[in-house]
Design a protein around this ligand. Structure first.
Ligand code: AMP
Ligand code: ZN
Length: 455
């Protein structure tokens, strides 16, 4: 059964399939901006994308899905937050990255096959900007920044159907004085010491120091890891314009070929009828809800209870309903034991999921079956449904302990020591952290803290 999803560019339902002879499905999902907690609105998008990933794995095989989800660790918002707190950018982004990973784990999201950081791909971004400049699609503006020349790409606006007139008065007008046309957007932002502090890199040839614009980050990470053409590119609806529109322009002008065969955008989570957002401050985090006594799995269930392409209003009533649905599923799973039965019983669930990711339809179909009772049901087939939805029934995780400030500070010091290759200091700090009752778990791009000592 092929997964069909609405495609934002053509505005029709299309089946997803790998386009290249190696049979590998190439999937890029725009990741979080790590300057604040990811809220459950952000996680609606990531959970929806996790179900897509799971369905693709069931269809093409786990080893045949390359799923990239980046971390935006340098942009206006991350730099602004570092400046506000008077801390180095990396300290801010590592902290929020670690918490993001913890929440992804609690929500049972599969780790992407690659999770690049924008700061880890500066050279690749600079290279793309140089190609765009050579090809006449970009130029150095009066302020030393590099801008994409919008009218050099006739396809601009195809995704969002934005009209030229609207374009001129909307988003890109802030730095109007420095560029040829008001609608051109920045690929590279010239270094401004008062704003950027220590954040700067060597720019493209003939251009001074600075930092990349947000849009080029995704174009470069996608190209570097997945190649010039990918099979699916996704994000929340707010990314449709200008982010994805700009990504298409940059990538296609640089690479000279189609960027993504399929664009998919999921809708927002609302609170009291307004989009949940970091800047509005009207959000719940997973931690907030766990502190209120709800389980992470109930949050995942609640996020899947609405159609991904329709706005969903978040309510605590919805959380209650999710907890009780999970309880029913748990009892049903226990009743199944390891019995075998009709392997096709759950077909209506998969039919709904494959039809534009109709998750409420799938949950409805699931409960129709569950309500009939466990007789004749195949346990393995039920587990396949749980895998597709990413519902883990066996865990009732305890609320996460808060990391005390002194332990957090020790962890930052140890990370800095490790980066500076001062392993003796790093080791001593690890012991101090352990003595305070915490374990620091290292990864390539950051760390997390777990309560308790490792044996
Ligand atoms: P950000 O961390 O702001 O870059 O956003 C990460 C992802 O969350 C993007 O795909 C956004 O489109 C998505 N997003 C932001 N706000 C919401 C919301 N209220 N509901 C669903 N997704 C959202
Ligand atoms: Zn992106």
């Amino acid at each position: 059964m092929a997964l069909r999803l609405f495609e934002s560019l053509s505005r029709e339902l299309r089946a997803l399939k790998p386009s290249q002879p190696d049979g590998v499905f190439r999937f890029y999902n725009c990741g979080p901006t790590v300057y604040a907690p990811a809220h459950i609105g952000n996680f609606r998008t990531f959970v929806v994308n996790d179900v897509i990933r799971r369905l693709l794995e069931l269809e093409f095989g786990a080893g045949k899905v390359k799923h990239v989800r980046n971390l935006t660790d340098v942009d206006d918002r991350t730099i602004g937050q570092a400046k506000k707190e008077g801390r180095p950018l990396g300290e801010i982004t590592r902290h929020w990255t670690a918490l993001f990973h913890e929440d992804c784990g609690a929500l049972n999201c599969l780790a992407p096959t690659a999770e690049p950081t924008a700061t880890g791909y500066i050279k690749e971004q600079v290279n793309m900007i140089e190609v765009l400049m050579e090809k006449g699609h970009a130029y150095r503006g009066a302020d030393g920044s590099v801008y994409f020349k919008l009218d050099s790409f006739p396809g601009y606006g195809g995704l969002s159907r934005i009209k030229e007139r609207e374009l001129k008065v909307t988003v890109f007008a802030a730095d109007a004085d420095h560029k040829d046309s008001v609608s051109d957007f920045a690929l590279w932002k010239a270094y401004k010491p008062e704003e950027d502090g220590a954040v700067k890199w060597t720019g493209p040839g003939g251009v001074g120091e600075g930092r990349p614009g947000w849009h080029i980050e995704c174009s470069a990470m996608s190209k570097s890891i997945l190649g010039d053409t990918i099979d699916l590119h996704t994000g929340g609806v707010d990314l449709l314009f200008p982010h994805h529109e700009n990504e298409i322009a940059q990538s296609q002008c640089c690479n000279g070929t189609t960027f993504a065969h399929h664009w998919y955008h999921s809708e927002h989570l609302l609170v009291n009828g307004t989009t949940m957002s970091k800047s509005k401050g009207n959000y719940y985090t997973l931690r907030d809800l766990i502190a209120k006594g709800y389980s992470a799995m109930a949050v995942r269930y609640a996020l899947l209870s609405g159609h991904p392409r329709k706005q969903l209003n978040f309510t605590l009533d919805g959380m209650h309903a999710a907890e009780s649905a999970l309880k029913t599923l748990r009892a049903f799973r226990a009743a199944l034991g390891s019995q075998s039965g009709d392997a096709a019983s759950f077909e209506p669930v998969f039919v709904a999921l494959h039809d534009d990711l109709n998750t409420p339809g799938a949950l409805g179909a699931l409960f129709t079956i569950v309500n009939r009772g466990p007789a004749g049901i195949d346990a393995a087939a039920f587990d396949r449904v749980l895998f597709a939805l990413g519902l883990k029934l066996e865990t009732t995780e305890a609320p996460k302990a808060e990391v005390p400030a002194d332990v957090a500070a020790l962890a930052e010091k140890r990370w800095a020591a490790k980066q500076a290759k001062d392993f003796a200091a790093a080791d001593a700090l690890r012991k101090e952290i352990a003595a305070a009752g915490w374990t620091m778990l290292d990864r390539k791009d950051g760390y997390s803290l777990e309560p308790g000592k490792k044996a």
